[in-house]
Design a protein around this ligand. Sequence first.
Ligand SMILES: [Zn+2]
Length: 375
Amino acid sequence: MTNKISKRKIALSELPSGEKLSLKVIEVDGSFEGPHCYIQASVHGAEHQGNAVIYRLLEYLENNPIIGKITILPMANPQAINTKIGTYTFGRFNPNTGDNWNRLYFDFTKSSTEVVEFAKSHLQSDEKDICKEYKKLLKELILSQKAKHIEYGPNTNGLVNLTLQELATDSDYVLDLHTGPKATRYLYVPEYLEQRSDDLHFPFRLIIPNEFGSAMDEATFMPWVNLQSTFKELGRDFHIPFESYTVELGSEEIIDLEEASHDLLYILNYLHHRGIIEEAPELPRESEKLKCKLSDYKTYYAPRGALYHYNISPGSKFKKGDILATGINFENLFRDEPVKFEVKALADGILINHYPSSSVPSGAELLQVMQEYYS
Ligand SMILES: [Zn+2]
C-alpha cells in the first residue's frame, strides 16, 4: 500500500511584469479513511525551516503509508518569500501595506447567527456528525467571506490568508510552521489544548488564551471555541475535537536539513498519536516540556540604542540578576559614561528569542523570555 500524492497550484496574484504567484498544494491520501492534518510553512516569508521539515516529510511519505490525509503547503506566502532587500528577506510584513502577514486572517464565527442556528439544530446530534457538518458550514462561511473580499478586485491584504483558511477547513489538525527571529524551538498552544499539546514534543510552549488575535492558529481553532460556547449556552457540553498549533522552528533566514530530521520526528510522533501514522517514530532523548502563560512571556525592550552582544543563547535558563546582553554605545564616551553597559534579568526565566541583529535601536524587542514557567 502506498500513499496517493497529488499536487496542484492555486493562482494568487500577478506581478506588474505579468508573472503569476501561486500556492503549491500537495495532498497526500492514505489507503484508509482517517483524520486530516493540514501543514503550512512560511506565511512569514523569512521563516524557512518549515519548508525543510516539509521536504523531510515528503521523503518519509513516499515510503510510509498513512491513514487519512495530510495537506501540505510549502512556501505558503510567495509574495512575502520573494521580497528581498539586499541579502535579507523582508518577510514579516506586506511591503505594500505594512500589515503583519500572520494578523490578516478572519474570524467569521464570532456572534454568528449561522453558528447559533447550527448549534440549535444539532443539539441532539453525535459529535462525529457535528464535526462533519460544521466543517461544511465553515467552508460556506469562508467562501461567502471570500466573495465579499474580491467583489471589487482581489485585495492583496487577506486574500492569501482566506485561501489558506479555506484549504485548512476540512482538517482536524493544523500545524502552522514559523520561526522566531533568533530563537529556540517552541509552540503556541491554546488553553484548551494544554494537555493534548504534550504529544507535540517541542521543548517550550506558550499557553495562549482561547481568543482571536488574527493569526492562523486562532483563525482555525476559534470557530470551534465559538461553537463550544454556543452549545454551552444551549445546555450542551461539547468536546472540541479540533487542534491547531503554531510551531516555531528556531531562527529565520536559514534552513538546516539535519535539524529538520529532528523536527520531523516530533511531528511524526504527533501524527502517530492522532492516528495518521501507524508506527511510533524513535524520538531523540526526551526533553523537558516547559510551559508558561502568554502573560508571563515577557519582552525586554532595548534600553539604549547600541550594538548588543547576547550573553546567553535561546533555550537557556537564567537567574534574576544574570547578564542577558551587553551593549556598546560610543556616544557614551562623549557623556563621560562607560561605553559598555549590561542588561540584567529582572527575574528567573528562559530565553526564547532575541533580536536577529546586534545593531538595535532603543525600544526594539531585544529579548523575549518565559517567566513563571512550569512543567
Ligand atoms: Zn512567523
